[in-house]
Design a protein around this ligand. Structure first.
Ligand SMILES: *Cc1c(COP(=O)(O)O)cnc(C)c1O
Length: 323
C-alpha cells in the first residue's frame, strides 16, 4: 500500500498567498436576529460572494496556479455539472490556459452556459451510457491534459481551507464551526485551518440527511459508498469521501451531522428575508445544523460557513413557495 502525503496548514497558507488578488476575501456577516434566536454570537462567512458564487474558486485556482509551463500549455480537464466546473473554467481563463469540462447531457442549460461563458470547452456525455471518469482520463491521456478532481486533491483541499483561515483571522478563536460536507474538500481544508488557528474549536461537517455517507464513514472509520442521494443539496450529492479528505476529517473533525431538505429551505428563506442573502440549498447545511444545536451553543462564539449562492432564481422561488 502506498502512503499519501496529507496537506497541512502550511499548504493552506501557501494557497492563501497564491489566490491573493484573484479570489475575493469574502465578508463575515452577523445577524442580531440569529444571535437572539441561538442565544450565541454567530459569524457567517459568506462564500456566496466568492468569485463564480462559491468557495470552489479557491481550490481550483490554487491547484491550477501550481501547474508548470508544460501543463499550462496543454490545459486542465474536469468533470462536473456544478460549481467545480465553473471554478475550473474561470481559474483557467484567469491563468490563460485551456479548460475542458466534461458534463452530463442533462446538466442544466444555465450551468452549461455559465461554464462556456467563462471560456470552458464543454464536452457532453450520456450519463446513462458512458463513464465520465473514462472520458476524462481518455482526454487527459490523448491531449496531455491534467485532471483536477472536485475535492480529493491536496491542492484543492489547501485552497478550500483558506475560507476558514480568513474567518479565524477576522473574528478570532471560535467555540464551534459548522461547514457543509460533500466529498470533504471544504471540510478537510477547514479542519487544517481550525486546528492551527483555533485548536479548541468544535468542528462539525454537515451533510444532507438523505446522503449521510460521510457520517457513516466518520463514525465507522472506513469510507462508506452510497448511491447518489436524492436531495435538493446538489453540491453534496457525492457518493463517498476521498482518500485525502477522509483521513483529515477522521483526525480533525469533532462530528458529522445532517440536515433535511426542509430545514435547508427554511434556512434559505431566513437568509433571504432576514439577512438579504441568496444561499443555495447546499450552502445552508451548516446553518441548518447549528439551528438544531441551540441548547449546546448557548453563550458560545459560533462560525457558520455559507458555502455558495448558485441557485437558479426560478428554482429558488419554487423551493420557497413550497414551504
Ligand atoms: C461543492 C460544494 C460543497 C461541498 O464541498 P466538498 O468539498 O465536496 O465537501 C458545499 N457547498 C457548495 C456550495 C458546493 O459547491
Amino acid at each position: 500500500m502506498s502512503t499519501i502525503n496529507l496537506p497541512t496548514f502550511v499548504d493552506v497558507s501557501a494557497a492563501a498567498e497564491r489566490i491573493k488578488g484573484y479570489a475575493n476575501r469574502t465578508p463575515v456577516i452577523i445577524s442580531r436576529t440569529v444571535n437572539e434566536e441561538l442565544d450565541a454570537e454567530v459569524f457567517f462567512k459568506c462564500e456566496s460572494f466568492q468569485r463564480m458564487g462559491a468557495f470552489k474558486f479557491r481550490g481550483a485556482f490554487n491547484a491550477l496556479s501550481k501547474f508548470d509551463d508544460r501543463k499550462r500549455r496543454a490545459g486542465v480537464v474536469a468533470f462536473s455539472s456544478g460549481n467545480h466546473a465553473q471554478a475550473i473554467a474561470l481559474s483557467a481563463k484567469l491563468l490563460g490556459m485551456p479548460a475542458t469540462i466534461v458534463m452530463p447531457h442533462d446538466a442544466p442549460a444555465s450551468k452549461v452556459a455559465a461554464t462556456k461563458g467563462y471560456g470552458g470547452n464543454v464536452v457532453i456525455y450520456d450519463r446513462y451510457k458512458e463513464d465520465r471518469e473514462l472520458i476524462g482520463r481518455d482526454l487527459a491521456e490523448k491531449h496531455g491534459l491534467t485532471l483536477i478532481p472536485p475535492y480529493d486533491h491536496p491542492d484543492v483541499i489547501a485552497g478550500q481551507g483558506t475560507a476558514a483561515k480568513e474567518l479565524f483571522e477576522e473574528v478570532g478563536a471560535l467555540d464551534a464551526l459548522f461547514v457543509p460536507l460533500g466529498g470533504g474538500g471544504l471540510l478537510s481544508g477547514s479542519a487544517l485551518s481550525t486546528r492551527a488557528l483555533s485548536p479548541g474549536c468544535k468542528l462539525y461537517g454537515v451533510e444532507p440527511e438523505a446522503g449521510n455517507d460521510g457520517q457513516q464513514s466518520f463514525r465507522s472509520g472506513a469510507i462508506v459508498h452510497i448511491d447518489t442521494p436524492e436531495t435538493i443539496a446538489d453540491g453534496a450529492q457525492t457518493q463517498h469521501l476521498g482518500s485525502y479528505t477522509f483521513p483529515v476529517i477522521r483526525r480533525d473533525v469533532d462530528d458529522v451531522l445532517t440536515a433535511t431538505d426542509k430545514q435547508l429551505v427554511e434556512c434559505m428563506a431566513f437568509a433571504a428575508s432576514r439577512m438579504k442573502l441568496v444561499i443555495e440549498p447546499t450552502g445552508c447545511l451548516g446553518f441548518a445544523a447549528a439551528r438544531q444545536m441551540k441548547p449546546q451553543l448557548h453563550g458560545k462564539r459560533v462560525g457558520i460557513l455559507l458555502s455558495g449562492g448558485n441557485v437558479d432564481i426560478k428554482r429558488f422561488c419554487s423551493l420557497l413557495a413550497a414551504l
